[in-house]
Design a protein around this ligand. Structure first.
Ligand SMILES: *[C@@H]1O[C@H](CO)[C@@H](O)[C@H](O)[C@H]1NC(C)=O
Ligand SMILES: *[C@@H]1O[C@H](CO)[C@@H](O)[C@H](O)[C@H]1NC(C)=O
Ligand SMILES: *[C@@H]1O[C@H](CO)[C@@H](O)[C@H](O)[C@H]1NC(C)=O
Length: 456
């Protein structure tokens, strides 16, 4: 393997070097760990839910209802917070759109939106409570934007907006993480049925909530564009075809009303990039292959550009459905030490805003994503019934080093061998319940604002 210093010997310019360093570290993460982190779940096909069925009323749709109805859905020992109600009044008066990215985590006595031990759709490796995580402080925080409020997720509001509609999460394991959060939140009031599953490790799954005929899907597509994933059997680097989208999801585009794209981490790993007539554009960390090293930032940008272009082009002529597209921005990881040493992400509290700045690779990836969304928004204007937005969760997530499974990706990691044993840590994904639930709260608020403007 070529060392970092060897790579740095042939700089093209200093800017390039600055970009090279962070992702080289990612490139060196062992492949075994990589596969654990970024591959989808094994889940039982059925039954997926054991929660008691309480059908939510779909009529309580006014924004003022969210505080009262969400509190009635909470476990009985939680009491509604009057703070939420005051903030909502402020929001109603303030007509400027809320900047949900500008905020901080504040203590919240209400706690999680659902009971992780009774929601059947959490991947084991993210079911931290079930795996024996005993510090529970990470469950009692909520995101507080500085200039507005973020209401607690109101499942009945979501069902109301999405009755007879289809939401698809498309991307890598962060897409799955967010999907599983949404399913658990919704399942706290209405039971979904798993109606479709396919692919190794259930890469493609679909549920229907009969109470509202809401369909929820997840599509495994870690590049969004076409690609070949690295594997033990195939190439030991990814191969990306940056000029064409992955048809696994694209063929179903007409059936979606809402899409959440969520990618990023798979772009950090060794890859060869193709463009045009499948000619090689360059590579990222491919020693021995004699291709030009081009890093992954341009590839990510091109992949996103191709994706949005495909969505806009295909919508242009055919569909009558309204379609909303979100791109969830990059979710930073929080490794502080070696990935296989106890306590690789040991923090038990969020960062304060002043403690952690968004910078380096996390900031760069987010910037590319936000720019590509803005670019696509401009082009989408000609295409009727299509909306595009960033679900900007990078800062929200950056400030939550305490929300990862860490060693609790394994059941009771300290149960037998005791502390000090080398154990893999997941400081990339999020415990469920956990910070990723807030992503869905922000998603719902943007959906809500769209509906108030002109219908979803
Ligand atoms: C979650 O559900 C389990 C099983 O019903 C119960 O024992 C536990 O107390 C619940 N946890 C919370 C936080 O309500
Ligand atoms: C259920 O929703 C789908 C769209 O997701 C729609 O095509 C279908 O007609 C709906 N079924 C009923 C019975 O309304
Ligand atoms: C590497 O590529 C260059 C330029 O395409 C070519 O001149 C050279 O022969 C190649 N080297 C190997 C070992 O293939």
């Amino acid at each position: 393997m070529v060392s970092i210093t060897n790579l740095l010997k042939e700089p093209r310019h200093s800017q390039f070097i600055k970009k090279l360093i962070p992702w080289t570290i990612y490139a060196l993460l062992p492949i075994a760990l990589f596969r654990l982190y970024f591959h989808p779940v094994h889940l039982p096909d059925s039954p997926i839910h054991r929660t008691p069925q309480i059908i939510a009323s779909s009529s309580s749709s006014s924004s003022s209802s969210s505080s009262s109805s969400s509190s009635s859905l909470s476990p009985p020992h939680f009491s509604p917070s009057s703070v939420h109600e005051e903030e909502e009044e402020v929001n109603a008066i303030n007509e400027t759109p809320c900047d949900y990215t500008d905020g901080q985590w504040v203590p919240d006595k209400l706690g999680p939106l659902y009971n992780g031990s009774t929601c059947g759709t959490i991947k084991d490796a993210q079911n931290c409570l079930a795996h024996g995580r005993s510090d529970l402080g990470y469950l009692y925080w909520r995101w507080k934007p500085h200039k507005c409020s973020l209401p607690r997720f109101d499942p009945s509001k979501f069902f109301h907006l999405m009755t007879n509609k289809h939401i698809a999460f498309i991307g890598d394991s962060m897409a799955r993480n967010q999907l599983e959060s949404l399913l658990c939140i919704l399942a706290s009031v209405s039971t979904p049925e798993l109606v479709y599953t396919s692919g190794e490790d259930n890469k493609f799954r679909r549920w229907n909530f009969p109470s509202h005929n809401l369909t929820v899907s997840v599509y495994w597509s870690p590049f969004l564009v076409d690609g070949i994933e690295k594997s033990n059997a195939g190439p030991n680097h990814n191969e990306l075809f940056l000029h064409r989208v992955n048809e696994k999801w694209a063929v179903d585009l007409d059936g979606f009303n809402l899409v959440v794209f969520s990618i990023g981490h798979w772009y950090l790993h060794p890859a060869v990039y193709y463009e045009g007539d499948d000619s090689i554009m360059g590579c990222h960390y491919c020693p021995g292959l004699n291709h030009t090293e081009i890093g992954f930032y341009d590839a990510l940008r091109k992949g996103l550009r191709t994706t949005f272009e495909a969505v806009i082009d295909r919508r242009g002529s055919s569909s009558s459905n309204e379609l909303g597209i979100f791109l969830a921005t990059f979710s930073p990881s929080h490794f502080e030490g070696e990935w296989d040493k106890a306590g690789a992400c040991p923090k038990t509290k969020p960062y304060k805003e002043s403690e952690k700045k968004l910078e380096g690779m996390d900031a760069e990836i987010r910037a590319i994503e936000v720019e590509e969304v803005e670019e696509a928004k401009g082009r989408a204007k000609q295409s009727g019934g299509l909306r595009i937005a960033a679900l900007d969760v990078t800062k929200v997530s950056l400030l939550r080093p305490d929300g990862h499974p860490g060693p609790y990706m394994h059941p009771f990691p300290y149960g037998n061998g005791g502390v000090g044993e080398r154990v893999q840590n997941d400081c990339v994904h999020w415990c469920l319940p956990g910070p990723v639930d807030t992503w869905n709260e922000i998603l719902l608020q943007i959906m809500n604002s769209w509906e108030q403007q002109s219908g979803l």
